[in-house]
Design a binder for this molecule. Structure first.
Ligand code: HDE
Length: 714
């Protein structure tokens, strides 16, 4: 507890030592706490490395006098703070990242010379950033939105970025429309709201005047746009890319990430409430699963096809509003990605990471998809704006992890410059790097010719057929969710003509869905279908891969059970539930009237993870309520306890209970459902707990939905 000798005697005298709940502090003259360095502690310094004696008081002329300009520590601290923010991403501002590795499972030398795909079992480091698109940096995680799924592979031949989304198509066909799309989706420019929501006039005005967006709109109105968390999402490269092998032969490719834990989303009313209860729900999920060793994993699948297939496929493979159904071109698994480490610092890594579609290694190349071509310009440009220097690639998170030699030099923040005399080439000094025609990136020699023109190809003109195919590939539950989402969003649109115009588009997709939406919007008369540039087809076969429910996990692994307990709870029932959940790889969190936990019937204390208001059922995949009758009666007077149960019911969750919890069911108005609903499970011992957790593998009791939703059929 040494004082700096520079401190005056008066300053030293004015301090006294105290212990404040486990913390040794010195109390200063004005009652402020000082923590001074012991001999083992690092000493606080300025950015110039100078040791600091007092970080609680600025330098003053007299105790109550003006602050001195000479206080370099104060000025440096404030100067740096004032400049802490960099511009947030203009889109995908809200995001969260993690480190991990990609393991090559299938060598692909037949198709590509890319080094990353040459050797089975080889691991390549990756950094992944997930994001929402429309919201600002501080917006809630559960916005209805596309999720970004951007992967940076630090390969031996430089960085390769797949800057993808969790939806395999996009709203627009030409990059020139991107600013319009994003302006329309973000807050309206006069009011600056709504935040992170497409449920407003500008968005639907633009969409209803952009028929090419209809396929993507079906996806964003589906539950894909409200994922349970990043761990349960697919990812897609969206565009058609090329793989090019050592002989210069090209094969078209589409990239797919498939989550090991299966697909899962939440329901809309739940999403709205999660945003209030835990706006960081997706961040927290990634953080806690990685920190607890439940490592998220995806398989990388490829769809490979040649020119001949591209010629005969019913849509243009350069059109980013179209998929190639997996039934037409099955995917092959070529690798897996595991995320195993959170960044040490969010800003340095997740905020400063710079993904760029144009980062491709030799052996992977572009196609003429006009959206991809536009992106290849935008991503470099945006990094300069955001990161402020052409040297952003020197930041550790962006720097390649392979040898690098070039003649770029100087500029803001250059800390890695050429060494030696040669900073140009050719040179006579026998110094510096040289080009290599064999191993260097060689663009695929595509033959290109044509008139210079601004024209959309006619092969891009069918805007409805795949929208219909997507809708028809869904289970009835999922179809209802799409219609519900359209009704929700369009009900927030204040201009009746826009609502009507959208219904005019929906008529081209599915008549019954359009009628249902119209009925639930209270539309008095049905509009005519919007004239289609190309007549929608109805002969495309539904594809099971497009449904979430059909691709669920069948297990509760990786999911979370929230158990609401009261004092006096039957410890055997609780222990059985915990064991059954953990046996399948799930997690149990305890919710209790106080965060201190509860005392079970055997006197044992059970720690709580949440106090009841802070742990609503929306943050769990399934719930159980275990109580003793007397304490459950008391708990039933607490509104948040009743909400816990009635929300779990409304959100179609599986619910475990014991007899002691019944007063809460009565108070929540659910007692009558106990015998009539397949989602309730009495839990008392190992076998009943196992039955309950097995059932939870279905994730939701979808057939309950008719009991909790008021819908007009149209
Ligand atoms: Fe992006 N996009 N984008 N985008 N995008 C950006 O780059 C852009 C598009 C995607 O976690 C920006 O670094 C244009 C499709 C992701 O850091 C910017 C067009 C897909 C991320 C940009 C598109 C994406 C971005 C903003 C139309 C899915 C976040 C900040 C042609 C395949 C990456 C930045 C991260 C970010 C431009 C369309 C995915 C402005 C011009 C399609 C995942 O450069």
């Amino acid at each position: 507890m040494a004082h700096s000798p520079r401190q005056s005697k008066a300053e030293q005298r004015s301090r006294k030592k105290e212990k404040i709940v486990d913390q040794e502090v010195t109390v200063g003259n004005g009652g402020e706490y000082h923590q001074t360095a012991d001999k083992d502690d690092p000493v606080l310094t300025t950015a110039q490395g100078g040791p600091v004696s007092d970080d609680q008081n600025s330098l003053r002329i007299g105790e109550r006098g003006p602050t001195a300009m000479e206080d370099f520590h104060f000025r440096e601290k404030l100067f740096h703070f004032d400049h802490e923010r960099i511009p947030e991403r203009v889109v995908h501002a809200r995001g969260y990242g993690a480190h991990g590795y990609f393991e090559t499972l299938k060598p692909l030398s037949e198709y590509t010379s890319a080094d990353i795909f040459q050797r089975e079992g080889e691991k390549t480091p990756v950094f992944v950033r997930f994001s929402t698109v429309a919201g600002n940096k501080g917006s809630g995680d559960l916005a209805r939105d596309v999720r970004g799924f951007a992967v940076k592979f630090y390969t031996k031949e430089g960085n390769w970025d797949i800057v993808g989304n969790n939806i395999p198509v996009f709203f627009i066909q030409d990059a020139i429309k991107f600013p319009d799309l994003i302006h329309a989706a973000k807050q309206e420019p006069d009011s600056d709201f709504p935040q992170a929501q497409t449920a407003h006039d500008n968005f639907w005005d633009f969409i209803s005047l952009t028929p090419e967006s209809m396929h993507m709109v079906m996806w964003t109105m589906s539950d894909r746009a409200i994922p349970r968390s990043f761990r349960f999402m697919e990812g897609f490269g969206v565009h058609t890319f090329r793989l090019v092998n050592g002989d210069g032969k090209s094969t078209f490719v589409k990239f797919h990430w498939k989550p090991k834990l299966g697909l899962q989303s939440v329901v809309w009313n739940e999403a709205l409430k999660i945003n209030g209860a835990d706006p960081d729900f997706h961040r927290r999920d990634l953080w806690s699963s990685i920190k607890s060793g439940m490592l998220p994993e995806w398989e990388l699948h490829l769809q490979l096809f040649d020119e001949e297939f591209a010629e005969k496929f019913e849509f243009d493979v350069l059109d980013p509003t179209k998929i190639i159904p997996e039934e037409d071109v099955p995917t092959i698994c070529v690798g897996r990605m595991v995320l195993d480490r959170m960044p040490d610092n969010f800003f340095a890594e997740t905020e400063q990471v710079a993904f760029m579609t144009q980062n491709v290694p030799p052996g992977i190349d572009f196609t003429n998809d006009p959206l991809l071509q536009g992106r290849n310009f935008s991503y470099l440009d945006t990094q300069l704006k955001r990161l402020g220097s052409t040297n952003f690639s020197q930041l550790p998170i962006n720097a390649p992890q392979c040898p690098m030699h070039h003649f770029q030099q100087d500029g803001h923040m250059a800390f890695r410059n050429v060494q030696g005399r040669a900073n140009y080439q050719p040179n006579s000094w026998d110094e510096g790097p040289r080009e290599n025609p064999q191993s260097g990136f060689t663009s695929y020699r595509a033959h290109e010719e044509g008139d210079k023109c601004r024209i959309r190809p006619e092969s891009f003109a069918d805007h409805y057929s795949q929208a219909r195919q997507f809708y028809q590939s869904q289970t009835p539950t999922e179809q209802n969710h799409i219609a519900d989402a359209l009704v929700f969003e369009l009900s927030k649109v204040e201009t009746p003509a826009i609502r009507k115009r959208m219904v005019g588009h929906l008529l081209n997709i599915d008549q019954a869905m359009a009628k249902k939406v119209a009925a639930n919007l209270g539309l008095s008369d049905m509009p005519d279908p919007v004239p289609a540039a190309k007549a929608p087809r109805d002969d495309l076969k539904p594809s099971d891969k497009l449904s979430i429910i059909k691709n669920g996990p069948g297990s509760f692994g990786g999911r979370k059970l929230g158990v609401l307990l009261t004092d006096g709870v039957d410890h055997k029932a609780f222990d059985a539930l915990k064991k059954a959940t953990e046996a399948v790889g799930g997690v149990v969190e305890v919710v209790a009237p106080t965060v201190g936990g509860v005392k079970a019937d055997n006197g044992q204390m059970i720690d709580a993870n949440h106090k009841i208001e802070g742990g609503p059922s929306v943050v769990f995949d399934a719930v159980a309520i275990l109580g003793n009758a007397e304490n459950s009666r008391t708990l039933a007077t607490e509104a948040t306890a009743r909400d816990f149960l009635s929300d779990a019911f409304a959100h179609l969750k599986f619910i475990g209970y014991n007899d002691g919890a019944l007063p809460l069911f009565e108070a929540a108005g659910l007692k009558d459902f106990l015998k009539k609903d397949d989602g309730f499970f009495a839990v008392s011992d190992t076998s009943s707990a196992d039955d309950f957790i097995r059932a939870c593998g279905d994730l939701r009791v979808w057939k309950r939905e008719d009991k909790v939703r008021l819908r007009k059929t149209g």
